[in-house]
Design a protein around this ligand. Structure first.
Ligand SMILES: [Zn+2]
Ligand SMILES: [Zn+2]
Length: 415
């Protein structure tokens, strides 16, 4: 049975289903500048901005220009003992590739270059099509992709990494911001704006008005996380793709508990070497010294940068371990049946999901240091074994949070 066959009833339903807990609400009209939040789990379900299309278009065009400027101009200059060096946005990636750190180089390349580029091109494609009122091929896929890749664009985290690097290098060299860095900072703001101004629901509505697809009138409906459409269970038995956005629709993420647990165990195993092995080795005037994550924090503190030391401590030490504990607790709550308050657990889940990516700061700082400090005998910085393990912890806990299905917390209570 195809989704376009006559036995499939496609209609429009004026309801809104919460992605976080599956509760159904009437779609009340509300004005620009307001947002609708779920009264059960607190998830933001809808935001509306006035004149969103023109604003998102303006931000995206500005973003594309800023992206070109970031690549065309020097990013940071470094000056030490009469020697000068200038590096580009991707210098760190090339420096890691020179050292055969292929995994790490790919991770940095994807999060600071590829994802922002895909996002900009995707936004341009979707907004351009909407402005011209044409529906070119793959539009639904691109719109869906825009929201999937969002957490993997880590430009703002990289930018904080640049600030920390500047302070860390304070006693070896002075850093001079280039035009590329200013353009990069502008691009971060512009991308956040164009993303928050994009009215996802209005775009899906324009692409296809119908948002309810079923075989029979009385069958249970499953909400699509890609576009918010409701799909009848009888259709999903035949084809698990959403008729509107073609993303996979599932009542619950399959084996969510087992997969999250497996990812969590892998992250916990990597957490030890990530903290015990050296994260980088600095050679200064022929003397080599290695730093672990913790000793780096202590050095920052001793050199009088208590605030920055705290930021690095929270992002690199506290957040990963807190994330491991939080996900363990959520898994326990699901396994043990109704435990605690599901609303509080849902909030804990969203915080875990939100803060997890910020642990990438240390990975970016090491990348920047390796790229920037190449003064031969005077000073040199090499990445240590811990950095790959640490990046592994960050990526695995991010994946664990994505694989965890927060609706399971509510299932435990409704049973
Ligand atoms: Zn909810
Ligand atoms: Zn869909």
């Amino acid at each position: 049975m195809s989704v376009n066959s006559p036995s499939v009833r496609a209609s429009y339903a004026d309801v809104i289903v919460c992605h976080g807990c599956d509760h159904v609400f009437d779609n009340v009209p509300f004005s620009a500048g307001q947002q609708l939040s779920c009264t059960y789990c607190g998830e933001v379900m809808k935001v509306k901005h006035a004149n969103w299309l023109m604003q998102a278009a303006a931000f995206t065009v500005t973003g594309l220009i800023l992206f070109l400027l970031t690549l065309a101009f020097p990013f940071i200059g470094l000056e030490a003992a009469g020697q000068e060096q200038s590096s580009r946005l991707l210098s760190g990636v090339w420096a890691l590739l020179d050292r055969d750190r292929f995994l790490l180089a790919s991770l940095v390349f994807i999060t600071i270059f590829l994802m922002p580029l895909v996002e900009l091109v995707g936004l341009g494609y979707v907004i351009g099509a909407r402005l011209l009122d044409v529906k070119p091929p793959g539009l639904a896929k691109v719109l869906h992709l825009l929201f999937v890749i969002r957490p993997w664009n880590m430009m703002e985290i990289f930018f904080i990494g640049v600030l920390i690097t500047t302070i860390k290098l304070g006693d070896i060299a002075s850093l001079l911001p280039g035009i590329g860095l200013y353009a990069f900072a502008g691009l971060i703001l512009v991308l956040i704006y164009s993303h928050t101004h994009l009215d996802r629901e209005a775009l899906w509505h324009w692409l296809r008005h119908e948002n309810r697809f079923c075989g029979r009138d009385d069958e249970p409906l499953v909400v699509c996380h890609g576009c918010g459409a409701q799909v009848g269970e009888s259709l999903l038995d035949v084809n698990d793709r959403c008729p509107r956005c073609h993303s996979t629709v599932r009542r619950r993420i399959p084996d969510s508990y087992q997969r999250t647990l497996a990812l969590l165990i892998a992250a916990t195993v990597l957490y030890l070497p990530a903290n015990l092995l050296p994260i980088m080795t600095t050679v200064q005037f022929g003397v080599a010294s290695s730093d672990t994550i913790m000793s780096g924090v202590v050095h920052l503190f001793q050199s009088g940068n208590a605030g920055i030391a705290l930021v690095v401590f929270v992002a690199s030490v506290l957040v990963p371990i807190a994330k491991i504990f939080a996900i363990s607790y959520l898994l326990w709550a699901v396994r043990k049946g109704p435990q605690g308050n599901p609303r509080h657990q849902a909030i804990l889940y969203r915080i875990t999901e939100f803060v997890g990516r910020w642990s990438m700061i240390d990975v970016f700082v090491v990348t920047l240091l390796v790229a920037l400090v190449q003064f031969g005998v005077l000073a040199n910085i090499e990445p240590g074994g811990a950095i790959v393990c640490f990046a592994g912890v960050v990526v695995l806990t991010m994946l664990a949070a994505e694989t965890f299905d927060p609706r399971l917390l509510w299932d435990a209570h409704s049973e």
